[in-house]
Design a protein around this ligand. Structure first.
Ligand code: S3P
Length: 441
C-alpha cells in the first residue's frame, strides 16, 4: 500500500490513485463500520417513527450519508453525539422538501425512500449522480403506480423521479426481479396503504427490512417467499448498534484467503443468514473459517469470524447464490485467477446494472493484469492457476471494483495503481487504511 496514502479518502478527488504493492499475508483483527443495508433501513424507519432513534456504528459510507441528507430535507432532523447518530422521528408524516432530493450514488436511497415518499401527501423529486441516473427505476415505478402513487421518470424509466404520494391501496405484488431494494420499497409503501400489501420474490433476498420493521414495532407476516404488511401501523424509535458490514468484510476475507498463512479476526460482524452465504462459499473453496459468539441485536445476528488461509480451490456460482452474493461477486472474480481451478459465475445479469457494468469492469481490469477471462452475458468464466502482474486499474467510479482490485493486487507481481480509488468512499471510506494495517509486506 502506498505509504503516502491519506487517512481520509473523502478528501480525495475523482482522479485519485492508490498504489497497492504485493503482500506476504494478512494478519490482525478488525471491526467494521455498520452495515450499509441496515444503516439505510434504520435511518429511513427512524425518520417515520415516533421518538428519537439512537444508533451506534452507523455506516460511514457516502451512500448512507445520502440517505441522511434526504431525510433532513424531509424534516427528519438528526445529529451526531460521538459515535452515536440520533434521529428525531417525525411519526408517519414527513415535511415537504424545498428542493429536489440528492440520492448521490445510492440505489438503496432512491429505491427504498421512494416507497416512503409514495405514502406522503406531496410531490418530491429524487435525483442522483451520473451512475445512478443510468440505473433502472421502472422496477419501483411499476408497483408504486399500481398502489396509486404517481411517479414520473424519463421515458426509459431513469432518474430524476417525481413521486406524488398519498391515498395508497394495498397490492399483491409478484416481483419479476430478485431485489431487496424493490421488496423494501413496496413494504415501506405498504405501511401507508389501505389494506394488507403482499410482496412475493422469486428468491429470498436480504431480509433486513422485514427484521427492521419488526424492531420498530410493526407486525409483518412471512411465509415462504411472501411477506405481508398491514397499512396504518405506527413505528417506535429504537436504540441499537449497527452490526459490521459483511459485504465490506468480504474484501478482507478474500485478501486473507489469498495467502495460506493469513490469520484474521473480524469482530462484531453481521451474520444474517441471507447475507452470510459468502462464508459457506469461502469454506467450500478451502478457507478456514470459524464463527464464534453469535448474538442477536434487534433481530439481526452478529458474531466474530476467524479466518485462516488455505489452498484456494475454485467454484461455480449460479442461480440463487448469484443473487444473494451479488455484491461480493466482484471480489470473488478478482481473486479467481489465483484459485486452483478457477471461478465460473452465471445468472448474474444484475451485475450489469449496478454502480458500473460490473461484468465488463471485472473483465477489463483482470485483462489489464494479464489474466485470461471470458465475459458472458450473465457472468464470467475465469480460469485458475494464473499469475497476474501489477497494472493500472480503472474503478470506473465503482466502489466495489476499486476495492476488489486492491485485493487482487496483493498477490500480483509488481505494483498496481488503482485509478478512481476514492470511489471506496461510497461504502467504506476507511478501506485502504484498514487494508494497509492488516497487510504484511
Ligand atoms: C441492497 C440490495 C441489492 C444490493 C445493494 C443493497 C439492499 O441491490 O446489490 O448493494 O440493501 O437492499 P438490489 O436490490 O438491486 O438487488
Amino acid at each position: 500500500m502506498d505509504a503516502a496514502y491519506p487517512d481520509d479518502i473523502s478528501k480525495m478527488n475523482n482522479d485519485s490513485t492508490v498504489v497497492v504493492r504485493p503482500a506476504k499475508n494478512i494478519q490482525g483483527s478488525v471491526r467494521l463500520p455498520g452495515d450499509k443495508s441496515i444503516s439505510h433501513r434504520y435511518a429511513m424507519l427512524a425518520a417515520i417513527a415516533e421518538g428519537d432513534t439512537k444508533l451506534e456504528n452507523y455506516s460511514t459510507g457516502a451512500d448512507c450519508a445520502s440517505t441522511l441528507g434526504c431525510l433532513k430535507a424531509l424534516g427528519a432532523n438528526w445529529e451526531r453525539d460521538g459515535d452515536k447518530l440520533i434521529i428525531h422521528g417525525r411519526g408517519r408524516q414527513l415535511q415537504v422538501p424545498t428542493a429536489p432530493l440528492d440520492c448521490g450514488n445510492s440505489g438503496s436511497t432512491v429505491r427504498m425512500l421512494s416507497g416512503i415518499l409514495a405514502g406522503q401527501n406531496f410531490t418530491s423529486e429524487l435525483f442522483g449522480d451520473e451512475s445512478l441516473s443510468r440505473r433502472p427505476m421502472a422496477r419501483v415505478i411499476k408497483p408504486l403506480e399500481a398502489m396509486g402513487a404517481k411517479v414520473a421518470a424519463s421515458d426509459d424509466g431513469k432518474l430524476p423521479l417525481k413521486v406524488t404520494g398519498g391515498n395508497l391501496k394495498a397490492i399483491d405484488y409478484k416481483m419479476p426481479v430478485a431485489s431487496a431494494q424493490v421488496k423494501s420499497c413496496v413494504l415501506f409503501a405498504g405501511l401507508f396503504a389501505d389494506g394488507e400489501t403482499a410482496v412475493e420474490e422469486p428468491i429470498r433476498t436480504r431480509d433486513h427490512s422485514e427484521i427492521a420493521l419488526r424492531a420498530f414495532g410493526c407486525e409483518i407476516n412471512q411465509s415462504g417467499n411472501e411477506v405481508r404488511i398491514k397499512g396504518g401501523q405506527k413505528l417506535r424509535a429504537i436504540e441499537g448498534r449497527v452490526p459490521g458490514d459483511i459485504s465490506s468484510s468480504a474484501f478482507f476475507l478474500c485478501a486473507a484467503a489469498l495467502f495460506p498463512d493469513s490469520q484474521l479476526l473480524v469482530q462484531d460482524l453481521l451474520m444474517n443468514p441471507t447475507r452470510a452465504r459468502l462464508l459457506d462459499v469461502l469454506i467450500a473453496m478451502g478457507v478456514g473459517i470459524s464463527v464464534q459468539q453469535i448474538e442477536e441485536h434487534h433481530g439481526e445476528l452478529v458474531g466474530t469470524v476467524q479466518v485462516k488461509g488455505g489452498n484456494l480451490k475454485g467454484m461455480t456460482l449460479h442461480g440463487a447464490d448469484s443473487a444473494v452474493l451479488i455484491d461480493e461477486i466482484p471480489v470473488f472474480a478478482a481473486i479467481a485467477p489465483y484459485t486452483e481451478n478457477g471461478i465460473e459465475i452465471r445468472d448474474a445479469k444484475e451485475l450489469r446494472v449496478k454502480e458500473s457494468d460490473r461484468i465488463a469492469a471485472v473483465a477489463m481490469n483482470l485483462r489489464a493484469m494479464g489474466a485470461e477471462v471470458e465475459e458472458l452475458e450473465d457472468g464470467l468464466k475465469i480460469p485458475g492457476g494464473q499469475k497476474l502482474r501489477g497494472a493500472e486499474i480503472d474503478s470506473l467510479g465503482d466502489h466495489r471494483i476499486a476495492m476488489a482490485f486492491a485485493v487482487a493486487a496483493l498477490r500480483a507481481q509488481g505494483e498496481t495503481t488503482i485509478r478512481g480509488a476514492n470511489a471506496a468512499v461510497i461504502s467504506y471510506p476507511e478501506f485502504y487504511k484498514t487494508l494497509s494495517q492488516l497487510t504484511q509486506g
